[in-house]
Design a binder for this molecule. Structure first.
Ligand SMILES: *[C@@H]1O[C@H](CO)[C@@H](O)[C@H](O)[C@H]1NC(C)=O
Ligand SMILES: *[C@@H]1O[C@H](CO)[C@@H](O)[C@H](O)[C@H]1NC(C)=O
Ligand SMILES: *[C@@H]1O[C@H](CO)[C@@H](O)[C@H](O)[C@H]1NC(C)=O
Ligand SMILES: *[C@@H]1O[C@H](CO)[C@@H](O)[C@H](O)[C@H]1NC(C)=O
Length: 584
């Protein structure tokens, strides 16, 4: 407790420093906002099973890990208000990744040379003997971004309440010799160990418009030496925030042990390099090969880098991070979902930001992309179920799915299309690479097509003045092939004109001639988190309905195309509330 009160004393000077700072994030001074900020946060759009703190600002997930059978989540948090600023590592633990117990912040500004002006993002690494170590970005008195180390004060404490910072901090920092831009040098990854016994870690960076993953090596985790070259870099991509680098198995299939620990290399192993593009706020990844003898990552042939590349999520999902869950042999992805409100509106709401449902991730059998799926633990919250199977969804029809709490639900539906109906698909000209997101905004759910739109209308009001549509359209392309578009369209999600309602979209790598088309959507008050084609593509939307809230919200299946489609199977469950603020 003592340390924490010292932190509040330090905070006064921190705010002063930040006010004068030229750190890349925009610093806030709260006295101007005091009028706007409510005494109690508004509950209207708060989530029931997506992680969020009781109030205030949250952004990046930090240092997720499992220790002595407990899951730990730290996150970037402002203890003083609903806007970005005064950043500390807030901390919660869980036995199941669903219900969470909050603790006092694990890491907060306290060290003169290392982090007195802020504790920004970082990652945890398990050292030999099961000792967790956190590397994170601190903001020093000159407002430079530097990298620090912290370790638990008491290894017998499974909650890891207290953390001790290394006296050598900062361990990695910009110098005239390395010429690293001190405003573009942040977010250390989980470290991995090579066969030579040396640890390696990546730090996000850029030089002009070239995004870079700077590599450091260390024998003892304290003294780090910069490698002569980055692990990887790409021209024209801008600043790389929150890099993540990990192995995936090219032979493991869904079920048990889908993940690999971060240091695993060898036959049948590919690597994923994920970066968060500061310019566009997209989390993009490439699948490739890691040559540990040269410490170089090479994206696979045909892999697209930068903003046109593969994304974890084609809606809102940023600054994400994975960790290896040694309890269940899987790799789990966390990501931050921000508000679609103006700053003024989220400040008056009293809180900002939620975390996505933890997703298990593994390499698709094509070897070209990842598959993501909500962790099965979330299914514990499933309550009352309604089901449908083998039902024709006629052209032009809309049907309510009654009997579930539509504001808080898990819906899993698969559609199939007969060959005779597939022929009714509209033709899509692919000579100029069509833009999925643009197509979704041009053709919303009200626009009739040959085959589709069909899918779900969620968080819908009785009068249909408000709904979010998650749907598919199937197009014919050259050579008797088909192309499937998935949209999450919030353009009609609220009669309130203020939130950002840009529709999102992505093309799915599926063949509707031979496969069913599946959609799983987790609906949670203001979040619509969707997994298309069994996790081949995800889209997360934030919405702020004014009528379709609580018991007034409804759920529909619809088909607004000319062709009929069949619901081969659908299950919809009411979801119970998770305990996000469980007392220990
Ligand atoms: C360390 O944690 C254990 C388990 O919580 C506790 O019993 C012990 O008192 C702690 N030691 C110190 C020095 O705080
Ligand atoms: C360093 O990064 C900051 C933040 O992106 C940028 O504004 C600045 O121009 C960069 N400086 C140089 C010398 O590239
Ligand atoms: C947060 O949301 C706004 C509005 O929807 C968007 O413009 C912005 O890029 C988002 N930021 C991040 C980090 O996702
Ligand atoms: C339908 O879905 C439910 C829930 O996912 C599943 O248990 C059931 O086996 C499925 N039925 C068919 C016929 O696929």
């Amino acid at each position: 407790m003592a340390n924490w009160s010292i932190f509040f004393l330090l905070l006064c000077s921190t705010i002063f420093h930040l006010h004068q700072s030229e750190a890349s994030h925009d610093a806030r001074v709260y006295r101007n906002l005091a009028d706007l900020q409510p005494k109690t946060p508004s509950q209207t759009y708060r989530t029931s099973f997506h992680f969020q703190p009781p109030k205030n600002w949250m952004n990046d997930p930090n240092g997720p890990m499992v220790y002595k059978g407990l899951y730990h989540l730290f996150y970037q948090y402002n203890p003083l208000g609903p806007d970005w600023g005064n950043i500390v590592w807030a901390h919660s633990t869980s036995t199941d990744l669903v219900n969470w117990t909050p603790h006092k912040p694990g890491i907060f500004p306290s060290q003169k040379k290392g982090d007195i002006n802020g504790c920004w993002s970082g990652s945890a690494t398990m050292l030999p003997g099961g000792v967790p170590a956190i590397l994170y970005t601190g903001i020093n008195p000159q407002n430079q971004q530097v990298q620090n180390l912290a370790k638990p004060a008491n290894l017998s404490d499974p909650y890891l309440i207290d953390w001790v910072k290394d006296t050598n901090n900062p361990l990695m920092y910009p110098t005239p010799a390395n010429r690293l831009n001190s405003s573009s040098f942040r977010d250390p990854t989980t470290a991995w160990k090579g066969p030579d016994g040396h640890w390696r870690v990546l730090i996000g960076n850029k030089v002009n418009r070239r995004g870079r993953a700077i590599l450091y090596r260390s024998k003892d985790f304290v003294h780090w030496i910069q490698a002569h070259h980055p692990l990887h870099s790409a021209e024209g991509t801008g600043m790389w925030e929150c890099p993540d680098f990990y192995p995936v198995s090219s032979s493991i299939r869904p079920g048990k042990n889908t993940g690999l620990d971060t240091s695993v290399i060898g036959v049948g192993v590919k690597h994923i390099l994920k970066v968060s593009l500061d310019d566009t706020k997209h989390d993009v990844y490439t699948v490739g090969k890691y040559d540990i003898s040269k410490d170089v990552f090479t994206p696979d042939k045909g892999a697209v880098e930068g903003d046109a590349g593969l994304r974890y999520d084609y809606g809102k999902f940023y600054a994400s991070k994975t960790f290896y869950d040694s309890l269940k042999g899987r790799r789990i992805l966390w990501g931050w979902i921000n508000e679609s409100l103006s700053k003024e509106d989220y400040i008056s709401q009293g809180w900002s930001g939620v975390q996505g449902i933890p997703r298990e991730i593994w390499l698709d059998k094509s070897g070209k992309q990842l598959i993501q799926w909500p962790i099965p633990e979330i299914e514990k919250l499933r309550g009352k179920k309604v089901g449908l199977a083998g039902k024709l969804l006629k052209a032009g029809s809309t049907q309510q799915v009654a009997g579930v709490t539509a504001s808080q639900a898990d819906v899993d539906v698969s559609f199939s299309v007969q060959l005779s109906e597939l022929k009714k698909a509209d033709y899509l000209d692919q000579t100029r690479r069509p833009d999925a997101q643009l197509l979704c905004s041009q053709k919303d759910a009200s626009i009739k097509g040959g085959l589709g739109p069909f899918g779900l209308k969620v968080l819908a009001s009785k009068d249909m003045k408000e709904y979010t549509a998650v749907f598919f359209r199937i197009f014919k392309v050259k050579n008797n092939k088909y192309k499937v578009l998935m949209c999450s369209d919030q353009s009609r999600s609220s009669i309130n004109p203020r939130p950002d309602k840009t529709p999102y979209g992505v093309f799915l790598d599926v063949d509707p001639l031979h496969e069913q088309l599946s959609l799983r959507t987790l609906i949670d008050q203001s979040i619509v988190e969707s997994f298309g084609a069994k996790g081949k593509a995800c889209i997360t939307s934030r919405v702020y309905p004014t009528k379709a809230i609580g018991d007034a919200a409804r759920l529909y299946v619809f088909n607004n195309g000319i062709a009929n489609v069949a619901i081969s199977n659908m299950s919809a469950w009411s979801m119970e509330r998770a305990l996000l603020d469980k007392k220990s």
